[in-house]
Design a protein around this ligand. Structure first.
Ligand code: F0G
Length: 451
């Protein structure tokens, strides 16, 4: 770990420590809050450590044609903005990042938006945005000589951690809530050789247990309280800015669970502005599921606000989190950028997911909250007519195939959840049809399905 170029700054009390002084749970010894990585000299225009914006843009573009392993990673291609390693040769990479930015013409037309895009982070090596954070933080663990890494997870973090640990020849421990994660994700942790413990509790309970473990044993914590995870997870912000030729979109809409990703992307845009890479930042909005909405509740409460954890329930299991660790960071990003935090219902999530699927862009239910949230923001005129919007899709559709099949079979939602949405749902459902093994029967079945 390179302690010369960065410090850890407490988000609560502002205390600064070096990276090697961090406690195993990455909480501030004085006030208990989380840290964020701060780079020396970036704020000062005359400082010799401050990277040069024009040179960086050129260098990063050149690296896209490079055959070097590090340059082929969409995270380490931007390594000047995450100088956290002593030696970049220690980076553990699966060539993550460089994910596609897709136009969404049909959803855009329905919403009256000409410029609607999806940045698909599900197109990462293990199928979720977690890979970008994992390559950064696990590389720090390797450089610091740890043998074991661990996380509590709703599934994607564990899949990513297990894969990167396997690449590095390290051991990994996964704690997951029993029966509450999608099979695709559980199968990945097994495949990549993690020690996978299913605990009879929820995500928040798993995290509590893990924090006690890392205080006792020399195991490196890879949950998103680890500030190095966020350094990797900020790089999609750089990719988005680069894709728009350094003119950022008006809005970025992100799902909210443990609330690290929105925090990381906000940090990415803020640093780019500080370094003169972009002239402004997008409004960043966070969307939660109605049954797991502590930030949405907090931000919509008038007056003296108090953050209250909730008992989380949603079929979007990736974001079934009632006590998000990074809520303060995310709240600040939403407030500072002028975005919103909203929640959406189970039916709105399922419909949005099917609409994205119908554009050829499958995603996880947790990712679809972004389109569902955009519809609400549009209805409230929070997103204006000519504005450019990017939805951040966080996970691949194959992560949770059961959810998709249940939707198309008509067994996902209870009638009271679907009430008022019946005709929208009927138009989107494409259940598999059992027909006789004759051309005539197949041709006739085709006629019965709406266009
Ligand atoms: N989308 C997906 C697909 C996720 O897996 C997660 C979080 C989120 C959105 C929310 O991101 O937590 O940074 O606000 N999944 C974690 C996990 C918690 O354990 O895989 P966040």
């Amino acid at each position: 770990m390179n302690d010369n170029l960065h410090t850890l700054r407490c988000f609560g009390c502002g205390a600064r420590i070096s990276g090697s002084e961090a406690r195993p749970d990455f909480r501030c010894a004085d006030c208990g809050d989380l840290f964020e990585v701060e780079y020396r000299g970036w704020a000062n225009r005359k400082d010799q450590n401050r990277p040069n914006a024009g040179a960086l843009k050129w260098l990063w573009r050149e690296r896209r044609c490079s055959g070097e392993l590090l340059d082929r990673s969409g995270v380490w291609r931007f390594r000047e903005l995450l100088p956290i390693l002593e030696n970049f040769g220690n980076a553990v990479t699966l060539q993550e990042g460089n994910t596609p930015l897709y136009a969404l013409p049909r959803a855009g037309k329905a919403l009256g938006l000409d410029q609607l895009y999806a940045k698909h982070q599900g197109m990462n090596p293990t199928g979720s945005f977690k890979d970008t954070g994992m390559t950064a933080a696990l590389s720090v663990a390797r450089e610091r000589g740890f043998e074991w890494v661990a996380c509590a997870s709703t599934g994607n973090t564990s899949a990513a951690m297990a894969a990167y640990a396997a690449r590095a020849g390290m051991r990994s421990l996964v704690l997951i809530p029993e029966g509450k994660i999608a099979w695709g994700k559980l199968s990945q942790a097994m495949d990549y050789g993690a020690v996978t413990c299913q605990l009879n509790t929820d995500f928040d309970g798993c995290l509590r247990v893990l924090l006690e473990i890392v205080r006792e044993a020399p195991i490196y914590l890879l949950n998103s309280m680890n500030p190095y995870r966020l350094e990797g997870q900020k790089t999609p912000a750089l990719e988005i800015a680069e894709a728009f030729d350094w003119n950022v979109p008006d809005h970025l809409i992100v799902p909210g669970g443990n609330l690290a990703n929105s925090s990381a992307l906000g940090k990415g845009f803020k640093e780019m502005k500080e370094l003169g890479l972009v002239a402004r930042v997008p409004k960043i909005s966070v969307i939660q599921a109605e049954g797991a909405n502590p930030l949405a509740r907090y931000m919509s409460a008038p007056g003296n606000k108090e953050f209250k954890p909730v008992e989380a329930h949603t079929r979007a299991t990736a974001i079934r989190i009632g006590n998000p660790a990074s809520w303060k960071k995310a709240a600040r990003v939403v407030e500072e950028t002028g975005g919103w935090c909203l929640d959406v219902t189970e039916a709105q999530i399922a419909i949005a997911k099917a609409e994205l699927g119908a554009e050829g862009l499958g995603c996880e239910p947790a990712s679809a909250v972004t389109l569902a949230g955009l519809k609400k923001l549009r209805a409230q005129s929070a997103v204006g007519d000519g504005e450019t919007v990017v939805l951040l899709l966080t996970g691949h559709t194959l992560k949770d195939a059961d959810y998709t099949i249940d939707f198309h079979r008509g067994t996902l939602l209870q009638p009271q959840e679907a009430a008022g949405h019946e005709s929208e749902i009927a138009k989107l459902r494409r259940n598999a049809i059992s027909v006789d093994a004759t051309p005539a029967a197949v041709l006739s079945a085709m006629k019965d399905v709406p266009a």
